[in-house]
Design a protein around this ligand. Structure first.
Ligand code: ATP
Ligand code: MG
Length: 267
């Protein structure tokens, strides 16, 4: 099950040929929502154990086109997890201080410490996505970044970080509907920005940039999944399955208690 939607290391991603809908994978929304709620409870327990064990870390990277559902994924999947054990970082346009450093500087600082789940809402991948599409730096600067990213993620993995990366794959039609919904509902206006429409015009360039990033940077220690994300219930279920399935395999243990606790009396 963990392999469904996984980008096998070394394989070439074709996004136009990758489903954005659940149709071929699941047809029972209610059952999916039940399973999702169970997985979410289990995630809270696993995170508790990770925090107690305090030896390893988990990093979840989320990337998507605008309105792809990064925010709502975070809200739904991590609901119920102790806030002390999860840290979400949203990466925006770099500040002048961030731009004065290498592109991984701000990312490395936000990497999770032991016992923590770190969630990246956007990430270092922006530096081979928007930066490439908008030609913010020349090709000779962004091109070597795929290897730098792989080396960086290898470093995190070698230091006890389990890295999981999800591309929330929505169709261009679904994005249109979600933008329209943001325009139609006053309480959602704050989520709409005209700049998002410019990126929509560059859809094909973005898909090409994503295909390169997903193909070149899905590795054994830091794999990518391409999640069909038009339907939120399937998106949530799939991400929870991968996250919980992976954390189960980590065999997280509570630390061994001090000796002789059974003889301790408290006056
Ligand atoms: P929302 O879904 O709420 O709109 P968002 O993640 O799109 O959330 P925004 O503040 O709208 O947040 O946008 C952040 C912007 O920062 C994005 O357009 C993204 O491409 C841009 N960005 C992130 N990292 C970089 C980077 N390294 N270089 C240039 N732009 C970046
Ligand atoms: Mg935005």
């Amino acid at each position: 099950m963990l392999e469904t939607h996984l980008v096998a290391p070394g394989s070439r991603v074709d996004l136009a040929g990758s489903p954005t809908r659940a149709n071929d994978f699941h047809d029972d929304r209610e059952a999916a929502e039940r399973e999702f709620r169970d997985l979410r409870d289990e995630l809270a327990d696993l995170q508790h154990a990770l925090y107690a064990e305090s030896k390893r870390k988990v990093l979840v990277v989320l990337q998507a086109m605008d309105a792809g559902g990064k925010d709502s994924t975070i809200r739904k999947v991590f609901k119920g997890v102790n806030p002390q054990g999860v840290r979400v970082t949203s990466f925006k346009v770099p500040s002048s201080e961030e731009l004065a450093h290498d592109f991984l500087w701000r990312i490395h600082k936000a990497a999770p410490r032991t016992g923590m789940i770190g969630v990246f809402n956007r990430s270092h991948y922006e530096d081979v996505l928007v930066v490439r599409v908008d030609r913010i730096v020349p090709e000779e600067v962004w091109r070597p970044r795929y290897d730098m990213i792989n080396d960086f993620e290898q470093l995190l993995a070698a230091n006890g970080t389990t890295v999981l990366k999800f591309f929330l794959h929505i169709s261009r039609d679904e994005q249109k509907e979600r933008f329209q919904d943001r325009l139609d509902r006053p309480e959602k206006h704050w989520k709409f920005s005209r700049g998002d429409l410019d990126k929509r015009q560059q859809w094909h360039d973005y898909m090409a940039a994503y295909e390169d990033a997903l193909s070149r940077c899905s590795t054994a220690v830091a794999p990518w999944w391409v999640i069909p994300a038009d339907q939120k219930w399937y998106r949530n279920l799939t991400i929870a399955r991968v996250l919980v399935g992976t954390m189960r395999k980590m065999e997280i243990r509570f630390p061994t208690p001090e000796d002789g606790l059974e003889d301790v009396t408290i006056d």
